[in-house]
Write a protein that binds this ligand. Structure first.
Ligand SMILES: *Cc1c(COP(=O)(O)O)cnc(C)c1O
Length: 391
């Protein structure tokens, strides 16, 4: 256990905070009741715990507790939002707008809907990863029912202008969904100010457990109609049946509560670590920063490296650090990242990319070690290569 690589993959997942584990434990054993059991104490105490998490999540995004629908994570929340709206509103229109840099959990449900006859517009992004709002403006049609744009990108950390997008959608009577899996409790989110109608959340990117998430579904002005994608006992106001997973829900609430308490100081610390890492790495020649320099998640640094082979680079880094490469984040494919391609990168440069996801438990010493090892790995790969790297 002594020489485990430094974990710098916080956009893939995060460890569960000890305080979260402690809060969850009694709900496996002592308070194991089914929150739907209305006739006895076991059910009531589980229901009270679930209610508390609803309140925490609602407060975090300026919603009401009744607007929180628990799911197994952000993938399910995205599926419920997109397919649920498509099914409920298809008589109004069959056109959906999304963005090229979205997570596959948004793009793939859209692709699926296309096979059913829906029309999908996938907007490009600018070189810095931001959506061009004039492109969005042009994409609206009279039959557009939904716009789905993520809050924070999981690869390049870019934060999209949610309030502007929300206002444009509301003006046109089009529903606005945002995938906020990377954003919850890290940046400020306000479904009223930003005119968001649905928002996908997950616990395991904010030091909570895997397997639990939520969809915020607006109840007033407008009241969003959703066709359930899982039928059964009618839980979650009929939108998502299945016995609620009380321990995970308790952990989700605790994780968000902690993250909100620490948000300001944590963001400042992560920004400093990221800047330090970038200052060191950018002393190398032929290094590109991917994504907007400041409008991004504090803990995200994504770089492309000229003059090296992507897989050799990752192999060289692996003993010292756990990072992700520029190939698709899913381990089942080896295609270059669709996000980096959307920024206009060549396939080769997209492959030779590293995503550093700095998190709560990373230290300054670790960042320095990571910088040093990355620099020496790049230098030795360039030296070995037959066509030496020259600027
Ligand atoms: C991780 C992630 C997801 C998937 O969330 P799960 O809870 O693991 O299903 C979806 N969207 C984004 C942007 C993510 O980062």
């Amino acid at each position: 256990m002594s020489h485990r690589p430094i974990y710098l993959d916080s956009h893939a997942t995060t460890p569960v905070d000890e305080r979260v584990v402690t809060a969850m434990l009694p709900y496996f054993t002592e308070h194991f009741g089914n929150p739907s059991s209305i006739n006895h104490l076991y059910g009531w105490e589980a229901e009270a715990a679930v209610k508390q998490t609803r309140e925490i999540l609602a407060a975090a995004i300026n919603a009401t507790p009744e607007e929180i629908v628990f799911t197994s994570g952000a993938t399910e929340a995205n599926n419920l939002a997109i397919k649920g709206v498509a099914e409920a509103y298809f008589q109004k229109g069959q056109h959906i707008i999304t963005v090229a840099t979205e997570h596959s959990a948004v793009l793939d449900p859209c692709k699926y809907l296309k096979t059913l006859g829906f029309e999908i517009t996938i907007l490009p992004v600018q070189k810095d990863g931001l959506l061009d709002l004039t492109e969005l403006e042009k994409a609206f049609r009279s039959d557009t029912i939904l716009v789905s744009v993520m809050a924070a990108n999981n690869e390049i950390g870019v934060l999209q202008p949610l309030a502007e997008i929300g206002a444009m959608c509301r003006d046109r009577n089009v529903l606005f969904h945002t995938d906020a899996a990377q954003a919850i409790a890290k940046i400020s989110l306000d479904v009223q100010a930003m005119k968001i109608d649905m928002m996908s959340l997950t616990a395991h990117k904010v030091y909570g457990p895997k397997g639990i998430g939520a969809l915020y579904v607006r109840r007033r002005n407008p009241r969003v109609q959703l066709a359930p994608q899982q039928h059964g006992g009618g839980h979650e106001r009929g939108m998502r049946s299945g016995t609620l997973y009380t321990p995970q829900i308790v952990g989700f609430g605790k994780a968000v509560e902690i993250a909100l308490e620490q948000q300001a100081t944590e963001n400042q610390r992560l920004t400093q670590l990221r800047q330090r890492l970038w200052e060191k790495l950018s002393q190398l020649e032929g290094i590109h920063l991917n994504g907007h320099p400041t409008q991004r998640l504090p803990g995200n640094l994504n770089i492309s490296v000229e003059g090296v082979d992507g897989s050799a680079l990752l192999l060289g880094l692996q003993p010292v650090m756990a990072v992700s490469s520029g190939s698709a984040c899913s381990s089942v494919t080896t295609a270059p990242s669709h996000v980096l391609i959307a920024l206009g990168h060549s396939e080769q440069l997209a492959y030779a990319s590293i995503r550093f996801g700095i998190g709560r438990f990373n230290t300054l010493e670790e960042i320095d070690q990571v910088a040093e090892h990355t620099i020496s790995t790049v230098q030795s790969l360039r030296k070995q290569s037959e066509t030496p790297f020259t600027e």
